[in-house]
Design a protein around this ligand. Sequence first.
Ligand code: FAD
Length: 382
Amino acid sequence: MTKNRKIAVIGAGLGGAAAGALLQQAGYDTRVYEQAPAFSRLGAGIHLGPNVMKVMRRIGIEDKLNAMGSHPTHWFSRDGRSGEYLSRIPLGDFAREEYGAAYITVHRGDLHELMVSTLDQERLYFDKRLVNVDDNGDKVIMTFADGTTDEADLVIGADGVNSRIREKLLGPEAPIYSGWVAHRAIISAEKLKAYDLDFEACVKWWSEDRHMMVYFVTGDEKEYYYVTGVPEPEWNHGTSFVDSSREEMRKAFEGYHPTVQALIDCTETVTKWPLLERNPLPLWHDNRLVLLGDACHPMKPHMAQGAAMAIEDAAMLVRCLDEVGADRYHDAFELYRTNRFERASRVQKVSHDNTWLRHDEDPAWVFGYDVYEVPLKQLQHT
Ligand code: FAD
């Protein structure tokens, strides 16, 4: 198999877009299939740590992201009620010098749009919901909900928490509802000017069983964003989000600091998302199928590293295909798993425990990681 044989990426989320872009740039004949008819600018933000900015550099969009995003000088953790500082984690210049790239926060929709724009638009297919894959040993036949089929030599499942490719490898199994929800809202910074309060660029307010993470999602600091983690024992709304309300937020954060109350007062619309997880999977690939991102290690978002892991996966997968050669895809996929399993599982665990940066700690193992420089763990051939 040479680089001009066909690779299919299922899903053009953040992991799939990264995989598609990196494969196409490396010269692989790659097509990306996305179930959505189009993408919209969903009201959410995202952190991009130096570990993921190094992949953005390779894709060629680091400068644009640096111009687009907010550059916090610190990640602050504060007691939700008293406001006392629990940790001050240096970012800004420190991150650039110590970890080799910036730490930014951006609007998720802006990031996604930019990433999707780096794909070959002729090989990006919207409205293509994969319903079946048949790996017949020589090639894979993909069937889509619109009744069409296509074939590929290798198929990458970047199709998120309800992955069809994961289901093909391991059978049907719903993700685990963690017992926590996340509220998400974007607030106009203009409204916050009415308050004599300090709205820091990146701060997490904590109490025993809940938190609110807050940051700007644009470089001009016009849009401020919060995302919470709040216990909710039952979730009966499927895997998607529902509307929440200011009243619900007030109840959930009763007794919290005036800064948090101001954010709730300024909330116009707020959505509520179930936080879903899976235990580490026993299988990441089989014959011509391989998984990445939330398809294989969905996690609670409390380290702000879920998409980062999907994007690092994409970069490592392409590195391993280049290293071993796509002809030996089984070894390439196993090398990829060998080099990703431990890190992704560790991040899943810390995210589950929700302890990340609550107190002063050294985040270098996450932020200092360079997927292109880290020495490859080799396969153990028996
Ligand atoms: P997804 O983003 O879910 O993309 C999967 C894509 O596949 C979608 O476009 C979907 O439409 C498509 N698809 C699904 N099924 C099919 C099919 N059958 N056929 C074709 N296409 C299909 N991560 C961070 O790094 N930083 C953060 O700050 C952060 N904050 C978060 C806050 C919240 C509240 C949540 C819930 C998550 C957060 N995350 C964060 C995690 C992050 O959103 C996910 O880990 C990341 O989106 C995973 O990327 P992915 O490409 O694997 O999956």
